[in-house]
Design a binder for this molecule. Structure first.
Ligand code: NAP
Ligand code: GDD
Length: 334
């Protein structure tokens, strides 16, 4: 039986990956930070259905000793390093803690692995935000980086730490360069979930508007459940490498609104208010990825269409807010 450690297991991707690896017969461990006034029912909500099958280790990414002690006690075949301060807007508000968690956190995990388990395969959660102000479209593994936020900069540092451990120590280290991926487990602060839950609230008479920032930004949005499978495939190849994971389609935030509102027979222009305060100091205007390397190497392709992704999230949130029983099965399906 293979054993995997997932940092960031309580997040959208971590929880989906944990379910997927359990299905594949893995023993799944997670590194979780301890917080005061913890409400496990809320904080572990995404792990509810698998909580009993996981081995969870309290630990702090910000402390090398803490990370080291987990690797000293347990053996892992694969380590998926997903934990990060992942909200771009927050990284402008507090760039320092974003850097600390994302750069030092990654360095601590890599350094502890090198010391104790150099044969463990390592996945780093890289991102299309590293391309930032894009130099070419679509973006692929050769596109230069030009990050536009402290978050993007922290991920470029993580990317190069990962490359460096691969080159310097011969470790099996991969960068997944994942474009935006969404679903019913997405955090409420990200624009897709803000829209899907906002539309559902409006439909149910619980709200009468959604305040958004830049409606013209374009993103390549895919389904998170499909993207975590690509992480696993990367670590199962003969040699380590870096891969773009994307759908190859781009849509504006405005289009996301149009599809989401019209699914419930509403017109977004009646409800969406643009708030300048929600604009970012520097924006990433356009992202669209070319995942042909992943397709050629291990047959990964995005399958969920943009429309199905948007409408699935809207119906999930409508059911969630209406407290309908089918919510759980929808969560699995998406
Ligand atoms: P998410 O839902 O925000 O989850 C982030 C996870 O990181 C949570 O488990 C969180 O734990 C943990 N975490 C945050 N700060 C931490 C810290 N200081 N110490 C320990 N744990 C910490 O993010 P996601 O969407 O699943 O994304 C997973 C990874 O992929 C992230 O690294 C993100 O930057 C990257 N990524 C995401 C996308 C996307 O579109 N979703 C695209 C490209 C790359 P708590 O529960 O304790 O907060
Ligand atoms: N969050 C948010 N809230 N974004 C808004 C809003 C709003 O009210 N209004 C407009 N937007 C725009 C943002 O300016 C951005 O251009 C776009 O919607 C997407 O924002 P987010 O959903 O917050 O995601 P992101 O693209 O910045 O970052 C996500 O994807 C990255 C991969 O490209 C995160 O998951 C990152 O962790 C990930 O690396």
């Amino acid at each position: 039986m293979r054993a995997a450690l997932i940092t960031g297991i309580t997040g959208q991707d971590g929880s989906l990956l944990a379910e997927f690896l359990l299905e594949q017969g893995y023993e799944v461990h997670g590194l979780v930070r301890r917080v005061a006034l913890e409400r496990p029912d809320l904080r572990m909500a995404r792990l509810e259905s698998i909580r009993e099958r996981l081995v969870l280790h309290p630990g702090s990414l910000e402390s090398y000793a803490s990370v080291f002690s987990v690797f000293a006690k347990f053996h892992f075949d694969e380590c998926y390093h997903l934990a990060a301060q992942s909200f771009v807007a927050e990284s402008f508000a507090d760039g320092f803690s974003t850097m600390n968690a994302n750069v030092n956190g990654t360095h601590h995990v890599l350094a502890a692995l090198k010391e104790l388990q150099p044969a463990c395969r390592f996945y780093f959660a890289g991102t299309s935000e590293m391309f930032g102000q894009v130099h070419q479209s679509p973006q692929n593994e050769c596109t230069p980086f030009h990050p536009r936020s402290p978050y993007g900069i922290s991920k470029v540092a993580g990317y190069y730490l990962t490359v460096n451990y691969r080159e310097a120590y011969g470790m099996y280290c991969c960068n997944g360069i994942l474009f935006n991926h969404e679903g019913p487990r997405r955090g409420f602060e990200f624009v897709t979930r803000k829209i899907s839950t906002g539309v559902a609230r409006i439909k149910l008479g619980l709200a009468n508007e959604i305040r958004l920032g830049n409606l013209d930004a374009r993103r390549d949005w895919g389904s998170a459940a499909e993207y975590v499978r690509a992480m696993h495939l990367m670590l199962r190849q003969e040699a380590p490498d870096d891969y773009v994971i994307a759908t190859g389609e781009t849509h504006t935030v405005r289009e996301f609104c149009e599809v989401a509102f019209s699914e419930l027979n509403l017109d977004y222009r009646d409800y969406v208010r643009v708030d300048q305060l929600l604009y970012r100091p520097a924006e990433v205007d356009l992202l669209v990825g070319d995942a042909s390397k992943a397709r050629k190497r291990f047959g990964w392709e995005a399958r969920t269409t943009f429309k199905d992704l948007v409408t699935g999230m809207v119906h999930f949130d409508l059911a969630l807010l209406s407290n309908k029983a089918e919510m759980r099965s929808m969560s699995v399906a998406l």
